[in-house]
Design a protein around this ligand. Structure first.
Ligand code: HPA
Ligand code: ZN
Length: 331
């Protein structure tokens, strides 16, 4: 078989649109911050942490992911977390990123909203000048919390809107339909923010429809369950509504039993604007290059298909027209 090499995929210029900064917290940094901030972790060693990363569904993962985020307290902690991710992006030729952060995971522990967003934004700015990585930052609401709490978080964000391009929706999907947040997303749009939402990861294709119709999203995060609904597939193809698909996340969380069963390339061939991202790379065993390698190895992805996926990501990004053009010219 003529598998596309890891080296070629690593050199390919890439764009990441679905990345939770808290999910890029590697165990080594988790331990370092725990020690600095005098927080006790329920693990003895980095190896023990990695061994605990066996998940049978989204909730299994979220429980451990929120626990890990407890070590983040000071502005520099958020800077270091973000900078470590961006360094990895640089190594893997990722040239534009639109990361998510979960403010409520931190404000609920008494960390001020400003501490979080300032630390992250300072690292993003340094990456632009020092590594040539452009970025747009997205703040997510936790969907297992109430609409009222989401409104409070949006109010806390208001002084920092120049640092944020849009809002998203993440955390436990089942039983938490997008329309629970229709009003807060409407308010976010009034404030000039763009919107995205996780939908159709574990939840049904119906949630993809409500993310589009009720939350007026510009992209759907995951959306792999869309293939259950032929009308939705037709809509996605006709409108070029992008899906930010995360292959290693989907197999780690048992959305697909095996990478060979993943539907991303079938959707690509049908004309869906699918993109590839790493979601929570520290927890799911790989960053951008590893996600592309998994598709090459298990689904025999071709070079042309990999390039089409990156072109889709550029098209789906919130970068300026000029930056999009510049990135397209690198392919
Ligand atoms: N789904 C929902 N919430 C999340 C995820 C995810 O894949 N990663 C981090 N928070
Ligand atoms: Zn996600």
């Amino acid at each position: 078989m003529n598998t596309v090499s890891r080296d070629w995929l690593n050199k390919l210029h890439k764009v990441e649109l679905h990345l939770h900064l808290e999910g890029s917290l590697e165990p080594e940094l988790m331990f370092k911050l725990a020690q600095k901030n005098q927080i006790t972790l329920p693990f003895e060693s980095v190896e023990q942490v990695r061994q605990a990363y066996q998940f049978s569904n989204l909730q299994d993962f979220l429980d451990i992911y929120y626990q890990g985020a407890n070590v983040l307290l000071e502005e520099d902690d958020f800077y270091d977390l973000t900078w470590a991710y961006l360094t990895k992006c640089h190594e893997q030729n990722v040239i534009h990123v639109e990361p998510f952060f979960d403010p409520q995971t931190h404000t609920d522990r008494g960390v001020p909203f400003g501490t979080v967003v300032k630390g992250i934004s300072r690292a993003l700015k340094d990456a632009e000048s020092q590594l040539g990585i452009s970025s747009k930052l997205i703040m997510c609401f936790l969907r297992h919390l109430s609409e009222d709490e989401a409104f409070k978080t949006l109010a806390q964000a208001e002084p920092f809107l120049d640092l944020i391009i849009g809002v998203g929706l993440d955390s436990s999907e089942l039983g938490q339909p997008p329309q629970k947040f229709s009003r807060v997303f409407a308010k976010a749009r009034e404030l000039g923010l763009l919107t995205v939402a996780h939908a159709g990861e574990e939840g049904p294709a119906e949630y993809v429809w409500t993310a589009i119709n009720d939350l007026k999203v510009s992209r759907v995060d995951h959306g792999v369950r869309s293939t259950d609904d032929p009308k939705l597939m037709k809509y996605l193809i006709e409108t070029r509504m992008p899906l930010t698909v995360c292959p290693l996340s989907n197999t780690k969380l048992c959305v697909f039993d095996d990478m060979s069963q993943h539907n991303i390339l079938a959707m690509l061939e049908q004309g869906v604007c699918v993109t590839v991202s790493s979601d929570d790379p520290a927890y799911f065993g790989g960053y951008m290059t590893e996600n592309f390698v998994a598709l090459a190895e298990s689904l025999d992805m071709s070079k042309d298909q990999a390039i089409s996926i990156v072109k889709n990501s550029i098209e789906a990004s919130f970068a300026s027209k000029e930056r999009k053009q510049q990135m397209m010219e690198l392919l």
